[in-house]
Design a protein. Structure first.
Ligand code: NAP
Length: 393
């Protein structure tokens, strides 16, 4: 494979203007145990827009998290026992970085090339496009952390121990079933149930326009309720055994009154995972009964490195990194596609269109208002889809 040029285009944070702009910058050099990757597709997450418009840390850093691409080169690990890279040039891989969603200097993904630790990518099956693959890493890992680390379900890659191999039946609620995280959570929940001899009754909330999608495989909801119905929590309770409530719930929105409402659907002793922290004040903690502890974590902890994020410092955590490795190792299976990618909305243009189009759609406040005034077909509101840009045509 020919050596790449020395410079590349990248979307760089501009803190003075509260935005990001495409600029020419040096191609990064992989450190020990890292891969240099040619980026073919990037998927957008709300945090990418949020921390471009409300920046943390310094200018000039590459923004963006989710990517898929091909390995250009690898740098041997400093660990003698594993100094051979498992990857070869041309291998198709996917992963996520933190980019400018941090206070400290972290690598980002929205660029022609990036560097990433070799243990934090997964091998993309031949049947999956780069665009599809780019949607999976961050939201798939977020869903996996919530279900298997916080809510205590058995991961499909875990070896089964005796107590969990006994048949059981659970009721589960995913609030915000059509979100990117929710679409992966439903799939992982079914795979976990199959793996652990569990019958799962999956209940969800979404807009009625998404009901057909959610009732079909691989999401296979038993019932989906509109979250715009004022009495949706009692509708959910009535769908559970003797109206006792759900055993586990994942709130994929975790905003304003949602955590309180989702809490009200839990059975006694039921567990709830949330995606936004109580400390950030995104949801109204006064609506949550004192005996319920909404379990939060940030997906960035899966990177296993010390990260300054928001008002928090996430300390390096080898266990969290091992969980990410296990998840990515499972995704890399040669047995075929493990998780069906989110439906992709392939956005026109490349990096130069990310802020003006994509971030307008997934941003908050003024950005969304501006997007509402746009008439192009690709600027319609997002529902059950992931925005993706192709960087290699
Ligand atoms: N903890 C973490 O590390 C972590 C990781 C990833 C994401 N997150 C956070 O999790 C949230 C979801 O992220 P995502 O990327 O999965 O979202 P997304 O795909 O952008 O979500 C879009 C969907 O949200 C639904 N929605 C919007 N407002 C809603 C409301 N009030 N009630 C119910 N549904 C609503 C809409 O559903 P309908 O079309 O059906 O109306 C829409 O389809 C974001 O706040 C994100 O920042 C946290």
């Amino acid at each position: 494979m020919a050596s790449p040029a020395l410079t590349m285009s990248a979307l760089l944070l501009d803190t003075s203007k509260h935005t990001a702009t495409v600029q020419t910058t040096p191609i990064p050099t992989p450190g020990p145990g890292e891969l240099l990757i040619r980026v073919h597709a990037v998927a957008l997450n709300p945090v990418d827009a949020l921390y471009s418009f409300k920046p943390l840390g310094s200018s000039g850093r590459v923004v963006g998290s989710d990517f898929a691409g091909t390995v250009v080169s690898s740098s041997p690990s400093s660990n003698v026992a594993s100094s051979e890279s498992a990857f070869s040039p041309g291998d198709r891989v996917s992963g996520f970085l933190q980019g400018a969603c941090s206070v400290n200097d972290r690598p980002g993904a929205f660029a022609d090339y990036l560097v990433c630790p070799a243990d934090l990518v997964w091998c993309v099956p031949d049947s999956m496009s780069f665009e599809e693959a780019s949607t999976i890493s961050l939201c798939g890992l977020t869903a996996a952390q919530a279900l298997f680390q916080r809510l205590g379900l058995v991961a499909p890659w875990d070896s089964i121990t005796k107590p969990t191999s006994q048949a059981r039946e659970i009721y589960a609620l995913i609030y915000g079933a059509s979100t990117s995280v929710g679409l992966y959570a439903a799939q992982l929940l079914h795979l976990s149930a199959k793996h652990s001899n569990t019958t799962v009754h999956l209940l969800g909330t979404a807009s009625p326009a998404r009901f057909d999608l959610l009732r079909a495989a691989p999401y296979s909801y038993e019932h989906v309720i509109s979250y715009r119905d004022a009495d949706w929590p009692s509708q959910i309770r009535r769908l559970t055994l003797d109206s006792r409530g759900v055993d586990i719930a994942l709130d994929c929105i975790s905003q304003n009154s949602t955590v309180g409402q989702v809490s009200s659907t839990l059975r006694d002793g039921g567990k709830l995972a949330v995606l936004r922290s109580r400390a950030a004040g995104a949801w109204d903690a006064s609506l949550v009964p004192a005996h319920i502890d909404p379990l939060y974590d940030a997906v960035w902890r899966g990177l296993g490195e010390r990260v300054q994020y928001h008002s928090m410092i996430l300390e390096a955590n080898a266990e969290m990194r091992q969980f990410s490795r296990d998840f990515f190792g499972w995704l890399s299976s040669k047995d075929g596609v493990r998780l069906q990618a989110n439906p992709v909305r392939r956005m026109p243009g490349g990096l130069e269109k990310v802020v003006g189009d994509g971030f307008m759609l997934i941003g908050e406040g003024d950005a969304v208002k501006q997007a509402e005034g746009r008439k192009e077909e690709w600027m319609r509101p997002i529902s059950g889809e992931k925005l993706v840009y192709s960087l290699v045509q």
